[in-house]
Design a protein around this ligand. Structure first.
Ligand code: GLN
Ligand code: ZN
Length: 748
């Protein structure tokens, strides 16, 4: 059997984020449309060239996007909401849908399955789809002209597309699907006529818990594709978990089935062993982890591949999912700890692994060569981990505190806060001055002392501002932090930050997730100096500010040799240590942020309970060792909390602040049915907008909250940190907020 190599999708952003830079300069008007389109084409073709040089047989096209691939799909099929229809220029229209304009709000954005990538949610409405432009065909032809090669167009499948969209009645979804299928057929036909042989059609919805009517739809739709475009070899692609209806799926009339053999918890393999794999289909095996940054153990992968090659008649080898979720290349990393540096594999290196495994299966590379690769690359890290391996004994670490009603009294006696206390979420504007100071320090133009005294000046300035604004609980402002996970990642043992390991999060926004590579340990205080300094300047309480263990886990690349739970415990213990150090230095309010609490939720419902159990355990491990009178706060954003009240409650934080201005109504009604006893601040204004809220608007928000919450339990705070706002905006908004709270307080 001849085995081929393939890729599922390639990062868009370029080796040095050229893509982001092009987008932002176009939006800012620094380059014109022509320059923009040219730059994007260069980036796109460069990434094809690279994949060609790596010897990948099936190179994806159409995975590239100017913003997001779900938006591309909607756009290609003419799902343009009414409010954007009068925009003539299609590029302008596309970005207007993604980002909104002055008069038109953008489409909603939400998490792409269990990744940290966010897609644009299409609005279906009454639109009758049509093929506006076959961008895959255009792309296919361009690449063919440029390199004289065949490529594999990638397309989001119709069922996943519809199920991820909104603004239609769920019971009418088959009607919309019926309209969409002929358009897909038209697109596929055009590709077939142009000479395309393989098309990858992504249907990741197949790894979720899906109802039978969805499986029926799969049968119908793929039957139509099979009979109407018989000359195209469709690869039905799944990823991120095992498929939940294996037998029905392998019976679909497609040429190949793409399965994830990395993130399937062994389920896909189990199904193959139990039910076999059809002789007439290609098994498209996701072998190399597309979600993590470690080099594969090629010898182990070889064993797996031999097994698959025995079961299936035809085999294609590829990453477990699109490489969109990992950084582009390790080539530009020069500052990582030596134990770590040799163990990493980003997108480009993963493609080398795919190539090597394919060559091995085809008899051109020996097993010894694979073993040599494994030994060379992993030995350092393995040694490092073995030296440190320690079982964390957590049996003596408290995971609960004295009952809330008791500690609440102790806290009130100590803190003496007024009714409706006002506070902020932590960060204050990161101005150009702040960013430049950090640059100078990172480049070595400033020594530690110069940088530190700059930060102190900022802290002092904002303590003063907060006092003048008459806020009740102050913060130091987080000026020393670039990112709430990276900041701790740089200081904890076992965690490292890359210099160029960017991954697209949404639109042009990229993040650089830290890498957890060894045992996590708290080495020295990380936040004490700044917090204590801030406290020394005021008689009001200053709230210490930490990032919680669940968020750190969910926003990092993590070890693959120990369980997530084990990593989580290590993180929790490290944060606990910092909590205790702050407390020891007299800080009596400590906020442990968990904005990403929900982000790691598994795709399959049956696994939710154990996820929550671990998350709650970790948060409590980090926060339950403090004295009664120490008040633990937490903060959450980025999710819908209506259905999470019991989980929020179980975290057992004394005070929680929640982003809520975008879903206030639903959140407030959750308190009608859920009796929440602890203190809570439902964000009273949206910090994402430069608009200054009026005192009246804020009063209204307070009023609405107090219909379901007691005044003794309500805090007045913005939705989230003020990092991205201008100083003037932050001050004006906070002024309105404090005034509203004071007025309200007097009336109580
Ligand atoms: N304390 C952080 C801040 O204010 C919280 C950030 C977040 O919730 N994403 O910036
Ligand atoms: Zn937030």
């Amino acid at each position: 059997m001849f085995i081929r190599s393939s890729n599922v999708g390639y990062p868009r952003i370029g080796e040095k984020r050229e893509w982001k830079k092009a987008l932002e300069s176009f939006w800012n008007g620094q380059i014109n449309k022509e320059q923009f389109i040219k730059t994007m084409e260069t980036i796109r073709l460069d990434s094809i060239r690279k994949q060609l040089e790596k010897g990948i047989d099936l190179i994806p096209i159409g995975d590239f996007s100017l913003y997001d691939h779900v938006l591309d799909t909607a756009f290609m099929f003419g799902y343009i909401p009414e409010r954007f229809q009068q925009i003539d220029d299609t590029l302008e229209q596309y970005f207007a849908m993604a980002r909104g304009t002055n008069g038109q709000h953008a489409l909603e954005m939400t998490k792409w399955f269990n990744t940290n990538y966010h897609y644009i949610v299409p609005e279906i409405g009454q639109t009758k789809p049509k093929l506006v432009e076959n961008r895959l065909l255009k792309e296919y032809k361009l690449v063919k002209e440029t390199f004289d090669v065949e490529t594999k167009p990638v397309l989001l499948g119709p069922i996943t597309f519809l199920l991820l969209s909104k603004q239609y009645e769920r019971n009418e979804w088959r009607k919309h699907l019926a309209q969409l299928v002929p358009v897909y057929v038209e697109l596929l036909k055009q590709l077939g006529e142009a000479g395309v042989s393989f098309v990858q059609i992504d249907e990741p919805i197949l790894v979720q818990d899906i109802d039978d009517d969805i499986i029926d739809a799969f049968r119908d739709v793929y039957e139509v594709f099979h009979s109407d475009v018989p000359n195209i070899n469709l690869i039905l692609q799944t990823y991120f978990d095992s498929v939940s209806h294996y037998r029905e799926i392998i019976a679909l009339p497609v040429a190949g089935i793409g399965l994830d053999f990395v993130h399937d918890n062994g389920e896909n393999m189990k199904n193959i062993n139990t039910y076999g794999f059809p002789k007439d289909k290609i098994l498209v095996a996701g072998i190399v982890d597309g979600r993590n940054v470690w080099k594969s153990s090629l010898a182990q992968k070889a064993t797996l591949l031999h097994h698959l090659a025995n079961v299936a008649e035809q085999l294609i080898i590829q990453p477990s999912c699109s490489l969109l979720h990992v950084p582009v290349t390790t080539k530009h990393e020069h500052t990582l700890p030596t134990e770590l540096a040799g163990a990493l594999s980003f997108a480009d290196e993963k493609l080398d692994e795919i190539r090597m495994l394919t060559e091995y299966m085809n008899g051109n590379v020996t097993i010894d060569e694979l073993i040599k690769y494994d030994q060379q690359t992993n030995s350092d890290l393995t040694k490092f981990r073995q030296q440190q391996e320690q079982i964390n004994d957590i049996t003596t670490v408290p995971v609960s505190r004295t009952p809330y009603s008791e500690r609440q009294k102790a806290q009130q006696a100590y803190l003496q806060l007024p009714l409706l206390p006002t506070t902020t979420i932590g960060s204050f504007p990161q101005t150009n001055d702040v960013r430049q100071a950090r640059m100078k320090w990172k480049k070595g133009e400033w020594n530690d002392n110069q940088y530190k005294s700059f930060i102190k000046k900022e802290i002092a300035k904002w303590i003063d501002i907060q006092e003048q604004l008459r806020l009740d609980v102050l913060v130091h402002g987080e000026f020393e932090r670039t990112d709430m996970v990276e900041f701790f990642g740089e200081k904890l043992q076992g965690m490292a930050c890359t210099t160029n390991g960017w991954v697209q999060s949404y639109g042009s926004r990229c993040v650089r997730p830290p890498i957890i590579f060894g045992d996590i340990a708290h080495l020295h205080p990380m936040t004490v100096e700044e917090t204590v300094y801030a406290q020394s300047l005021t008689n009001k309480p200053v709230k210490g500010m930490l990032t919680g263990p669940v968020t750190m886990l969910n926003w990092s690349f993590i070890r693959d040799d120990i369980s997530r739970k084990h990593v989580l415990i290590q993180l929790a213990l490290a944060i606990r240590e910092e909590v205790l150090q702050l407390e020891k230095e007299g800080i009596r309010i400590i906020q442990v942020d968990e904005p990403a609490l929900r982000e790691g939720l598994p795709l399959k419902k049956e696994k939710h309970a154990s996820y929550w159990k671990d998350a709650i355990m970790a948060f409590r491990l980090a926060t339950s060792s403090v004295k009664e009178e120490t008040q633990i706060h937490t903060h959450m954003c980025y999710s819908q909390f209506e259905h999470m009240m019991h989980i929020i409650d179980e975290l057992d934080a004394d005070v929680i602040s929640i982003e809520s201005s975008r879903s206030h109504g639903e959140l407030i009604s959750a308190f009608e049915t859920y009796e929440y006893k602890k203190e809570i601040g439902l964000g009273v204004y949206d910090i994402h907008s430069p608009r200054i809220p009026t005192k009246e608007e804020i009063s209204e928000q307070i009023e609405r909250a107090l219909r379901v919450l007691r005044p003794e339990q309500f805090w007045v705070n913005p939705d989230c940190g003020l990092k991205t706002r201008k100083e003037k905006e932050a001050m004006a908004a906070l002024k309105a907020m404090v005034e509203a709270a004071h007025e309200y307080r007097e009336r109580l």
